[in-house]
Design a protein around this ligand. Structure first.
Ligand SMILES: [Zn+2]
Length: 145
């Protein structure tokens, strides 16, 4: 099963069973260099316990991940890496391009012309819906809060 701790590459890293280029560690998270970077400097912020999806990460740890992301963002911007901007990306679920089922936050440098980006059909995505539909969408989400 893809969500199983036994198959989890991040748990193997946390257990010292796989090599890693560690950047930071505290009581809640580790931060290390991504094996397959978008651009040099791409790092991952990873909870220290196995949590397949965002719903499985406790709120304090999620908040802490964002705090550490702010520090990593600042470090990237001060670094020698080409970094004109920074993306944060959390893929939650296979359809959202999650490939390691131990929830994690990507932080990676961006620069004009780096060639990376979301590909989309402009006739299908970023098309503003009528206000009535937007109100319906708001109501649907509110119902589940
Ligand atoms: Zn894991």
């Amino acid at each position: 099963m893809k969500e199983a701790k036994e198959n989890c590459v991040f748990c193997k890293i946390l257990a010292g069973k796989l090599p890693v280029s560690m950047i930071y560690e505290d009581e809640k998270v580790v931060v290390f260099v991504d094996l397959e970077p978008v651009n040099e400097g791409h790092l991952l912020i990873v909870p220290k316990y196995h949590a397949p999806y965002m719903k499985d990460v406790d709120t304090d740890t999620l908040m802490h991940m964002m705090k550490i992301a702010q520090q990593m963002n600042a470090a990237l911007r001060k670094s020698e890496f080409k970094c004109e901007g920074v993306n944060l990306f959390l893929a939650d679920g296979e359809a959202a391009h999650q490939s390691v089922f131990h929830s994690h936050l990507h932080v990676y440098p961006r620069f004009v012309g780096d060639g990376f980006g979301f590909k989309y059909d402009k006739s299908k995505h970023f098309v503003t819906a009528p206000r009535g539909r937007m109100d319906e969408i708001a109501a649907i989400i509110k119902k589940h809060l």
